[in-house]
Ligand binder design. Sequence first.
Ligand code: F6R
Length: 613
Amino acid sequence: MCGIVGYVGPQQALDVVIAGLRRLEYRGYDSAGVAVVSDSGIHTRKKAGKLVNLENELDFDPLPASHTGIGHTRWATHGAPNDVNAHPHVSEDGTIAVIHNGIIENFALLRDELIDRGVKLRSETDTEIVAHMLAAQMTESASLADGLRAVCQRLTGAFTLVVVHSETPDVVVAARRNSPLVVGRGEGENFLASDVSAFIAHTRHAIELGQDQIVEITPESVTVTDFFGQPVDVNEYEVTWDSAAAEKGGYDLFMLKEIAEQPKAIADTLLGRIDASGKVSLEDMNLSHGELKAIDKIIITACGTAYHAGMIAKYAIEHWTRVACEVELASEFRYRDPILDKNTLVISISQSGETMDTLMAMRYAREQGSKVLAICNTNGSTIPRESDAVIYTHAGPEVAVASTKAFLTQIVACYLFAMYLAQVRGTGYGESSSEIALELGRMSAKVDLVLDTSEAIRDLAIEIADARSILFIGRSVGFPVALEGALKLKELAYMHAEGFAAGELKHGPIALLEDGLPVFIVVPPQGDELHDKIVSNIQEVRARGAKTIVLAEEDDMSINEFASHIIRLPKCPDLLQPLVAVVPLQIFACEMATVKGYDVDQPRNLAKSVTVE
Ligand code: F6R
């Protein structure tokens, strides 16, 4: 939530900052703003709505040349998304400008103190108080970093704060607690951003910032200290993907590009992890064989799409390892007093590695003595950094707000973990263990085949664009696929959509069925014990006049007479079917939103990285 950029160096700061914000707009797009520092002081421009509104404003009312700047794209928490509440916020004396990602929880108390001192607040935001507190603090502090350090000690909650001061035009200072911030180290220039995509066009040298740390950048230096001014060791790394990976690459939409990248994302996530004999290798995950053997329960916590990946993982983990596995929404988990101990393994699944609910759940689990394994797509993000072990997915940067390729790679990483755990514990998963691992290796090519269904799915979206509601049903691993299909449709096409376990239909939801209501049905592979049961469910749906859109294996003819539409899936083992079955549903949601004229990559009210609870 909220994207942050800071720059200091020889280039025009505004150009660098705006280009960075364009890359970060996926994080929030309620408003955008910039501040530059020149010899004549701090100058800001800010505008409600998407970045383009700010760019138009800058054309109309340009900023002076400057080599130091900060910029912000907002996902509103405190205060409506209007021009006044947009960041940066400036102190009354005009010396300080602040941008912020997160929530300052003791904001009301601090605001009242400022009001008592006669400060006139202009906005409804929690951020503005930092500008006034810092301006007051600067009368006592030796440097901007010292001043920010003192202010941070009074704040509770989650924040990345980036500040500039009119009297030190070559300095940008930032603080980080519970919200993301990375430093980009360049040649004679340095950068700050919520994620590396904002500066990857300029440098691949990145520095992770830890909890409760302050960084000061000048053109020549990067200095990191803790909230008490002590120097800290930092982790410096090279970003392995290039800036082209974060571009649309000829596609109209990031989401279409990311759907098309799924075969590669799967192959990259599997690379080097399954050998020619089907043996899984995850030795670099950082959990010893002894620790894996001691596990007596697994709890998966995640949010949204990542939670659906966790639901699929449960089927595989329990089937292949015989270790009990629960899946829980991270936002519910730590508030219900879950039973955890040192033999519980908690798996946190997160694309961004920054989702606050997931982060808080994993911290809670570690406090209870449990080990935490992160399954994450973002190198150096908070969740893997604070976990005991990590399996990185290699989906590459996911820019569209709706998750697609990250989801498929999360499922793959969970399968790899389940297979590896079975291998280490000697539970095996039947004689077919190496065969199923090899089958997993073939899934990339199968997903590629499903992409060919796009044209027919586009026609289907046009045909049912006026539906009031759309249902999705499935059984076993097809159930989370149904939930994911419904979630995608809700978030992109703003339609009522529900996913159900097909067996539950007759316990209530069947009352929703009416003439012409579209129902997507995920049919398990033939030979699966649930196959015939779901064919019966299709008939029940059809008998009530609903339009049955059936996803079934390529040679499954048993469904033909009950299906209004058939989407064919390549053959694969039952547990692996979600990897192919979800793809048409992603394409469908994307096409439906396009037909309705909505912004697919930036749906309303959403943000890619949800760093507030
Ligand atoms: C849906 C979507 C969200 C995320 C959820 C968790 O398309 O993208 O539901 O899956 O916010 O995000 P991460 O995986 O970053 O923790």
